[in-house]
Design a protein around this ligand. Structure first.
Ligand SMILES: [Zn+2]
Length: 362
């Protein structure tokens, strides 16, 4: 595949959004130009997606399915598939639910009730799974479309494993991440950033229908794809709502992308400047608390340590007098602050807030 071609419409990419992310002037999809990784990586931001799926199962009408085949693709452990299995079993009985996972990221336990293939979903694995199970009624694609360098092939495989009642659910990163400070949590494994137009086009290319889109947070959305399009369904309105917001945010306007690129270049310079100023007055140990580890992040600041919420115990070795804390794991911001406050009881920690560009003590 041509590295400067759009992953959705294959047309030549038009211009840079930030670093090696380029946008397509035709469908406004954004993809990396150096996407050499073929292995799909996972993101812990999937929590919102998984919660959404588990809530959705409560409302699913399962009467049209006799037995239910469920396929989970690219997960980091079996916790989610266990919960999905339990919920579905409670609704239609455990002998009517078959769960299969295709993911290279974990080994299934000996006692697992799910069939597990420790591979990525490829052409070959699709054939094997299809021979064994025929088709699936629910395909949980997780955030695989974000990481793959070939989203078209991945959907093609899902389509081969679908029947007319299948729903394919996936989590996607939305272009709005480039308008949000959430961009600091973007991992370097991300290859595709979608808008509803590019996702719809991608679906059309493999003759799937985009039947629904819902916003998960500032920078991601969940979408439901299917072979079957139900005209009586009102879901099209969901997509129109997001499309309307996208137009308001100038997502389909070329001039916006140069602005975004300039904005983040200036932002890096500005934040680096501030870190230097704090360093000059003694705060020479700046710590970013992100979703992901430093090596996995796309945005990097020189000489800054990055830790995740699971490493907060390292704060008991740090000195509040020289540590500047910057939390970009926004969702867990309150609990992170509480945890840090409990270290070195009587001392105050200095936090720098990137939204308001001010520092304060906790
Ligand atoms: Zn395109």
């Amino acid at each position: 595949m041509n590295i400067t071609a759009c992953n959705v419409c294959q047309k030549k990419l038009y211009g840079y959004v930030y670093k090696d992310f380029m946008y397509c002037n035709y469908c406004f999809h954004i993809n990396k130009t150096d996407n050499i990784l073929t292995e799909v990586k996972n993101n812990n931001r999937l929590d919102n997606f998984k919660e959404y799926i588990l809530n959705t199962i409560d409302y699913l009408d399962l009467n049209k399915y006799g037995k239910l085949n469920v396929l989970v693709i690219n997960d980091i452990d079996s916790i989610f598939i266990d919960k999905v299995y339990k919920k579905l079993s409670n609704k239609i009985g455990k002998y009517n639910v078959h769960t299969v996972s295709v993911t290279p990221h974990y080994n299934s336990s000996y006692f697992s009730s799910h069939k597990h293939y420790k591979y990525s979903l490829t052409d070959y694995i699709t054939d094997i799974v299809k021979n064994e199970y025929g088709s699936f009624d629910i395909i949980l694609l997780n955030d695989s479309l974000i990481y793959t360098s070939n989203p078209k092939d991945l959907l093609e495989y899902c389509k081969r494993l679908s029947n007319m009642n299948t729903i394919i659910l996936c989590a996607n990163i939305h272009t709005s991440i480039f308008h949000s400070i959430d961009i600091l949590n973007l991992t370097r494994y991300v290859n595709n950033v979608f808008n509803t137009n590019s996702l719809k086009l991608l679906c059309n290319n493999v003759e799937l229908d985009l039947i629904s889109c819902s916003t998960l947070d500032n920078s991601s959305f969940v979408s439901i794809l299917s072979l079957h399009f139900d005209k009586n369904n009102t879901v099209v309105e969901d997509i129109l709502d997001i499309l309307y917001n996208e137009i308001t945010y100038n997502i389909y306007n070329k001039s916006e992308y140069r602005k975004i690129s300039n904005y983040w270049n200036d932002f890096i310079i500005h934040v680096t400047d501030l870190l230097n100023k704090y360093s000059a007055i003694g705060y020479n140990n700046p710590i970013f608390i992100n979703y992901s580890k430093k090596d996995d992040l796309y945005f990097k600041f020189e000489n800054v340590n990055c830790i995740t919420k699971t490493d907060l115990h390292t704060f008991d070795k740090m000195d509040p007098d020289n540590t500047l804390i910057i939390i970009t794991d926004f969702e867990n911001s309150d609990t992170i602050k509480q945890t840090i406050k409990q270290q070195k009881n009587n001392k105050k920690w200095l936090i720098f807030d990137l939204h308001k560009m001010i520092a304060y003590n906790i």
